[in-house]
Write a protein that binds this ligand. Structure first.
Ligand code: 5RP
Length: 290
Protein backbone atom coordinates (compact mmCIF):
# COMPACT_ATOMS: atom_id res chain seq x y z
CA UNK A 1 0.00 0.00 0.00
CA UNK A 2 1.59 3.39 -0.98
CA UNK A 3 1.84 5.90 1.85
CA UNK A 4 -0.86 8.54 1.77
CA UNK A 5 0.70 11.89 0.83
CA UNK A 6 -0.34 15.24 2.29
CA UNK A 7 -2.18 17.57 -0.06
CA UNK A 8 0.02 20.47 -1.34
CA UNK A 9 -0.59 23.95 0.01
CA UNK A 10 1.97 26.15 -1.68
CA UNK A 11 0.23 27.34 -4.87
CA UNK A 12 1.91 30.78 -5.26
CA UNK A 13 -1.47 32.15 -6.25
CA UNK A 14 -0.15 35.68 -6.67
CA UNK A 15 2.72 34.71 -8.94
CA UNK A 16 1.80 34.22 -12.63
CA UNK A 17 3.46 31.29 -14.36
CA UNK A 18 6.41 32.42 -16.42
CA UNK A 19 6.49 31.65 -20.12
CA UNK A 20 9.55 32.57 -22.09
CA UNK A 21 9.86 33.50 -25.72
CA UNK A 22 11.93 30.96 -27.63
CA UNK A 23 15.39 32.34 -28.35
CA UNK A 24 15.66 31.42 -32.03
CA UNK A 25 14.57 33.74 -34.80
CA UNK A 26 11.19 32.86 -36.27
CA UNK A 27 10.83 29.73 -34.16
CA UNK A 28 8.53 30.82 -31.36
CA UNK A 29 5.41 29.20 -32.75
CA UNK A 30 6.95 25.74 -33.19
CA UNK A 31 5.93 22.78 -31.09
CA UNK A 32 7.87 21.71 -27.99
CA UNK A 33 9.73 18.82 -29.62
CA UNK A 34 10.89 21.00 -32.52
CA UNK A 35 12.08 23.72 -30.18
CA UNK A 36 13.81 21.26 -27.91
CA UNK A 37 15.70 19.74 -30.82
CA UNK A 38 16.66 23.18 -32.11
CA UNK A 39 17.79 24.13 -28.61
CA UNK A 40 20.19 21.20 -28.69
CA UNK A 41 21.65 22.35 -32.03
CA UNK A 42 21.77 26.09 -31.20
CA UNK A 43 23.06 27.08 -27.79
CA UNK A 44 20.31 28.75 -25.73
CA UNK A 45 23.13 30.84 -24.17
CA UNK A 46 24.02 32.78 -27.30
CA UNK A 47 21.71 31.40 -30.02
CA UNK A 48 24.68 30.10 -32.00
CA UNK A 49 25.93 26.77 -33.24
CA UNK A 50 29.05 25.14 -34.60
CA UNK A 51 27.96 22.28 -36.79
CA UNK A 52 30.72 20.04 -38.06
CA UNK A 53 29.77 19.02 -41.61
CA UNK A 54 31.18 15.67 -42.67
CA UNK A 55 28.44 14.56 -45.08
CA UNK A 56 30.45 15.18 -48.28
CA UNK A 57 30.88 11.47 -49.05
CA UNK A 58 27.22 11.19 -50.01
CA UNK A 59 28.00 12.63 -53.43
CA UNK A 60 31.80 12.87 -53.65
CA UNK A 61 33.15 9.79 -51.90
CA UNK A 62 36.14 9.85 -49.55
CA UNK A 63 37.28 13.41 -50.17
CA UNK A 64 40.46 14.83 -48.61
CA UNK A 65 40.21 14.76 -44.84
CA UNK A 66 37.31 12.33 -44.78
CA UNK A 67 39.21 9.20 -45.81
CA UNK A 68 38.93 7.81 -42.28
CA UNK A 69 36.19 9.38 -40.21
CA UNK A 70 37.17 7.33 -37.16
CA UNK A 71 40.74 8.64 -37.21
CA UNK A 72 40.42 12.13 -38.70
CA UNK A 73 37.03 13.32 -37.59
CA UNK A 74 36.08 11.78 -34.27
CA UNK A 75 38.78 13.76 -32.37
CA UNK A 76 37.13 16.99 -33.62
CA UNK A 77 33.65 16.17 -32.41
CA UNK A 78 34.10 17.20 -28.74
CA UNK A 79 34.65 20.82 -29.84
CA UNK A 80 31.59 20.86 -32.13
CA UNK A 81 28.05 21.58 -30.97
CA UNK A 82 26.45 19.37 -33.60
CA UNK A 83 27.54 16.67 -36.02
CA UNK A 84 26.15 16.73 -39.56
CA UNK A 85 26.60 13.43 -41.33
CA UNK A 86 24.92 10.64 -43.27
CA UNK A 87 23.15 7.72 -41.67
CA UNK A 88 25.76 5.37 -43.13
CA UNK A 89 28.59 7.06 -41.27
CA UNK A 90 26.49 7.46 -38.15
CA UNK A 91 25.75 3.76 -37.95
CA UNK A 92 29.12 2.46 -39.05
CA UNK A 93 31.60 4.80 -37.38
CA UNK A 94 30.09 7.21 -34.86
CA UNK A 95 29.90 5.75 -31.36
CA UNK A 96 26.32 5.62 -30.08
CA UNK A 97 27.61 6.99 -26.78
CA UNK A 98 27.74 10.38 -28.54
CA UNK A 99 25.40 12.75 -26.72
CA UNK A 100 25.79 15.67 -29.15
CA UNK A 101 22.90 16.40 -31.49
CA UNK A 102 23.08 14.94 -34.99
CA UNK A 103 21.76 16.59 -38.14
CA UNK A 104 21.30 13.91 -40.74
CA UNK A 105 21.80 14.30 -44.48
CA UNK A 106 18.48 13.09 -45.84
CA UNK A 107 18.89 13.80 -49.56
CA UNK A 108 21.06 12.21 -52.20
CA UNK A 109 21.19 10.36 -55.49
CA UNK A 110 23.60 11.77 -58.07
CA UNK A 111 27.36 11.67 -57.68
CA UNK A 112 29.81 14.35 -58.79
CA UNK A 113 29.83 12.52 -62.13
CA UNK A 114 26.23 13.47 -62.84
CA UNK A 115 23.77 16.37 -62.64
CA UNK A 116 23.80 17.20 -58.93
CA UNK A 117 20.42 18.90 -58.82
CA UNK A 118 18.84 15.52 -59.57
CA UNK A 119 18.74 14.75 -55.83
CA UNK A 120 15.87 12.97 -54.10
CA UNK A 121 14.81 12.45 -50.52
CA UNK A 122 17.06 9.56 -49.56
CA UNK A 123 15.87 8.73 -46.08
CA UNK A 124 12.64 7.87 -44.37
CA UNK A 125 11.44 9.90 -41.39
CA UNK A 126 10.99 6.66 -39.49
CA UNK A 127 14.73 6.07 -39.69
CA UNK A 128 15.45 9.64 -38.55
CA UNK A 129 13.37 8.91 -35.45
CA UNK A 130 15.09 5.55 -34.94
CA UNK A 131 18.44 7.33 -35.00
CA UNK A 132 17.28 10.07 -32.63
CA UNK A 133 18.39 12.91 -34.89
CA UNK A 134 17.74 16.56 -34.06
CA UNK A 135 17.17 17.75 -37.65
CA UNK A 136 17.31 16.62 -41.26
CA UNK A 137 19.27 18.33 -44.03
CA UNK A 138 18.25 18.51 -47.67
CA UNK A 139 19.79 20.27 -50.66
CA UNK A 140 17.72 22.81 -52.58
CA UNK A 141 18.92 23.78 -56.06
CA UNK A 142 17.47 27.20 -56.83
CA UNK A 143 18.25 27.94 -60.49
CA UNK A 144 19.37 24.36 -61.07
CA UNK A 145 18.05 21.97 -63.69
CA UNK A 146 15.78 20.19 -61.19
CA UNK A 147 14.99 23.31 -59.15
CA UNK A 148 11.28 22.66 -58.74
CA UNK A 149 11.62 19.05 -57.74
CA UNK A 150 14.31 19.82 -55.18
CA UNK A 151 12.07 22.50 -53.65
CA UNK A 152 9.08 20.15 -53.52
CA UNK A 153 11.28 17.42 -52.01
CA UNK A 154 12.22 19.86 -49.28
CA UNK A 155 8.56 20.59 -48.57
CA UNK A 156 7.87 16.85 -48.34
CA UNK A 157 10.67 16.42 -45.84
CA UNK A 158 9.37 19.41 -43.87
CA UNK A 159 5.89 17.85 -43.78
CA UNK A 160 7.25 14.48 -42.67
CA UNK A 161 9.37 16.14 -39.97
CA UNK A 162 6.47 18.25 -38.71
CA UNK A 163 4.56 15.05 -37.97
CA UNK A 164 7.22 14.01 -35.46
CA UNK A 165 8.78 17.27 -34.31
CA UNK A 166 11.96 16.98 -36.38
CA UNK A 167 13.17 20.28 -37.90
CA UNK A 168 14.46 20.60 -41.46
CA UNK A 169 17.61 22.45 -42.47
CA UNK A 170 17.51 23.45 -46.15
CA UNK A 171 20.91 23.69 -47.82
CA UNK A 172 21.13 26.11 -50.73
CA UNK A 173 23.33 24.39 -53.28
CA UNK A 174 25.49 26.33 -55.63
CA UNK A 175 26.19 24.45 -58.81
CA UNK A 176 28.82 25.46 -61.31
CA UNK A 177 26.32 27.54 -63.29
CA UNK A 178 24.72 29.28 -60.31
CA UNK A 179 25.55 32.79 -59.23
CA UNK A 180 27.05 33.52 -55.85
CA UNK A 181 25.87 36.96 -54.87
CA UNK A 182 23.55 38.43 -52.27
CA UNK A 183 20.69 38.76 -54.75
CA UNK A 184 20.84 35.03 -55.50
CA UNK A 185 21.11 34.01 -51.85
CA UNK A 186 18.28 36.33 -50.79
CA UNK A 187 16.09 34.50 -53.26
CA UNK A 188 17.32 31.02 -52.36
CA UNK A 189 17.16 31.24 -48.57
CA UNK A 190 13.87 33.13 -48.58
CA UNK A 191 12.27 30.47 -50.77
CA UNK A 192 13.48 27.75 -48.39
CA UNK A 193 12.10 29.58 -45.36
CA UNK A 194 8.81 30.52 -46.98
CA UNK A 195 8.25 26.90 -47.95
CA UNK A 196 8.84 25.62 -44.44
CA UNK A 197 12.56 25.11 -43.68
CA UNK A 198 13.27 25.68 -39.99
CA UNK A 199 16.73 26.97 -40.69
CA UNK A 200 18.89 27.40 -43.75
CA UNK A 201 22.49 26.63 -44.58
CA UNK A 202 23.94 28.92 -47.19
CA UNK A 203 27.17 30.53 -48.35
CA UNK A 204 28.71 33.76 -47.15
CA UNK A 205 29.13 36.58 -49.67
CA UNK A 206 31.40 39.57 -49.11
CA UNK A 207 28.83 42.09 -50.34
CA UNK A 208 25.39 42.34 -48.78
CA UNK A 209 25.30 39.20 -46.63
CA UNK A 210 23.46 41.21 -43.97
CA UNK A 211 20.58 41.61 -46.43
CA UNK A 212 20.48 37.82 -46.85
CA UNK A 213 20.14 37.22 -43.10
CA UNK A 214 17.79 40.19 -42.57
CA UNK A 215 15.34 39.02 -45.23
CA UNK A 216 15.34 35.42 -44.05
CA UNK A 217 12.76 34.86 -41.29
CA UNK A 218 14.57 31.85 -39.79
CA UNK A 219 18.18 31.32 -38.65
CA UNK A 220 20.99 31.00 -41.18
CA UNK A 221 24.19 29.03 -40.75
CA UNK A 222 27.01 29.33 -43.23
CA UNK A 223 28.81 26.57 -45.08
CA UNK A 224 32.56 26.90 -45.20
CA UNK A 225 32.82 26.11 -48.91
CA UNK A 226 36.11 25.26 -50.57
CA UNK A 227 39.20 25.20 -48.39
CA UNK A 228 40.78 28.64 -47.92
CA UNK A 229 43.68 29.77 -45.75
CA UNK A 230 42.82 29.33 -42.06
CA UNK A 231 42.85 33.05 -41.25
CA UNK A 232 40.47 33.76 -44.14
CA UNK A 233 38.08 31.06 -42.99
CA UNK A 234 38.06 32.51 -39.47
CA UNK A 235 37.45 35.96 -40.89
CA UNK A 236 34.56 34.65 -43.00
CA UNK A 237 32.97 33.03 -39.93
CA UNK A 238 33.45 36.21 -37.91
CA UNK A 239 31.95 38.45 -40.57
CA UNK A 240 29.01 36.11 -41.17
CA UNK A 241 28.15 36.19 -37.45
CA UNK A 242 28.51 39.97 -37.32
CA UNK A 243 26.16 40.17 -40.28
CA UNK A 244 23.44 38.07 -38.73
CA UNK A 245 24.33 34.38 -39.13
CA UNK A 246 23.46 32.10 -36.22
CA UNK A 247 26.49 29.90 -36.67
CA UNK A 248 28.50 27.78 -39.04
CA UNK A 249 28.05 24.38 -40.60
CA UNK A 250 31.65 23.97 -41.65
CA UNK A 251 33.40 21.02 -43.18
CA UNK A 252 36.42 21.36 -45.46
CA UNK A 253 37.75 24.51 -43.81
CA UNK A 254 38.01 22.53 -40.59
CA UNK A 255 38.93 18.99 -41.54
CA UNK A 256 41.26 20.07 -44.38
CA UNK A 257 43.07 22.62 -42.19
CA UNK A 258 46.75 21.99 -41.41
CA UNK A 259 45.66 21.17 -37.90
CA UNK A 260 41.95 20.35 -37.77
CA UNK A 261 41.75 20.10 -33.96
CA UNK A 262 43.31 23.55 -33.57
CA UNK A 263 41.04 24.95 -36.30
CA UNK A 264 37.99 23.54 -34.58
CA UNK A 265 38.99 25.34 -31.38
CA UNK A 266 39.70 28.58 -33.21
CA UNK A 267 36.27 28.45 -34.89
CA UNK A 268 34.77 27.85 -31.45
CA UNK A 269 36.53 30.95 -30.13
CA UNK A 270 34.96 33.01 -32.93
CA UNK A 271 31.44 31.57 -32.75
CA UNK A 272 30.94 31.31 -29.00
CA UNK A 273 33.77 33.44 -27.66
CA UNK A 274 33.18 36.40 -30.00
CA UNK A 275 36.91 36.42 -30.78
CA UNK A 276 38.07 38.62 -33.67
CA UNK A 277 39.77 36.89 -36.63
CA UNK A 278 43.34 37.97 -35.75
CA UNK A 279 43.06 36.73 -32.18
CA UNK A 280 41.40 33.51 -33.28
CA UNK A 281 44.18 32.95 -35.82
CA UNK A 282 46.79 33.54 -33.12
CA UNK A 283 45.00 30.93 -31.04
CA UNK A 284 45.02 28.57 -34.02
CA UNK A 285 48.77 29.03 -34.50
CA UNK A 286 49.55 28.54 -30.84
CA UNK A 287 47.43 25.38 -30.62
CA UNK A 288 48.90 24.12 -33.87
CA UNK A 289 52.40 24.56 -32.50
CA UNK A 290 51.71 22.35 -29.50
C1 5RP B 1 27.00 20.22 -49.95
C2 5RP B 1 27.07 20.20 -48.49
C3 5RP B 1 28.27 19.55 -47.98
O1 5RP B 1 28.24 18.21 -48.11
C4 5RP B 1 28.89 20.10 -46.78
O2 5RP B 1 28.03 20.05 -45.68
C5 5RP B 1 29.47 21.44 -47.07
O3 5RP B 1 30.32 21.88 -46.06
P1 5RP B 1 31.62 22.73 -46.43
O4 5RP B 1 31.28 23.58 -47.61
O5 5RP B 1 31.86 23.58 -45.21
O6 5RP B 1 32.74 21.78 -46.69
O7 5RP B 1 26.22 20.69 -47.81
O8 5RP B 1 26.48 21.43 -50.36
Amino acid sequence: MPEKDKEGKNFHVNQPQESELFFLKGSNELDWGMKNRLARIFSPEDGRTIMLAIDHGYFQGPTTGLERIDINIMPLVPQADTLMCTRGILRSVVPPSLTKPVVIRASGGPSILKELSDEQIAMDMEDCIRLGVCATAIQVFIGGEYESRSVINMTKLVDAGLRYGIPTMAVTAVGREMERNAKYFRLAVRMCAELGAHYVKTYYVDEGFDTVTASCPVPIVIAGGKKRPERDALEMAYRALQEGAAGVDMGRNIFQADNPVAMMQAVRAVVHGGEKPDKAFELYKSLKGK
